[in-house]
Design a protein around this ligand. Sequence first.
Ligand SMILES: [Zn+2]
Ligand SMILES: [Zn+2]
Length: 231
Amino acid sequence: MKLTLLGIWGPFPIGGGGCSSYLVDDGDTKILLDCGSGALSKLRDLYQDSLSLDAIVLSHMHADHACEIDLFRYMLEFGQLKAPLKVFSPETDRLQYPVFDAEKSFDGMQISVGSLTLRFTAVRHAVPTMGVRITDADGHSLFYTGDTGWFEGLIDAVSGSDLLLADACLRDESNEKALRNHMTVAQVLSLRQQADCKAAILTHLFSDGAPYPPLIDRHAQYAVEGTVYVI
Ligand SMILES: [Zn+2]
Ligand SMILES: [Zn+2]
């Protein structure tokens, strides 16, 4: 399967950039992970008139992950995407429209979408939030943390996945309040090692213009919009 980084900023984008949004493409199966600002525009750039989606997975309902869900609704209502579209989210109140087939995700939930298997894990954030492991038919897997602070159970949840796509919003541990809701760069690098993931992408980067620390782990990279990974 392939992962395309559509938007990597949070909680607001840089000029020309987008907030959390990632496309997982496994041939005939396409899943959008989160739909922060810019997601739909970037998808339409990639696919023009042939855009199709099997599901949208929302990690949580914060705007930098879900603000464009209503634009997808408009596209569905105007017949530009095939309805109903499956949407998984830990909170479904804002998804009650006929064009959505909304399903509440919960800790331990496992479900198939086309050729892919999804397994959700509740993570630690200010609102209900689900991380998700996505596994293809060959057993290759990706774990997306959504937004989360560090907690011990993450290691088991992430364990053995080929690629870790993780919230590394914080450059250091200086903001105690933020630490409850997001991980530091060092925590994500430690998670990759402890969970024995082959590679990590550090995402949900904070767009205040200050530099992130250089990465000492050659199996880890900062997210760059437009990058495609083959898993
Ligand atoms: Zn966020
Ligand atoms: Zn959030």
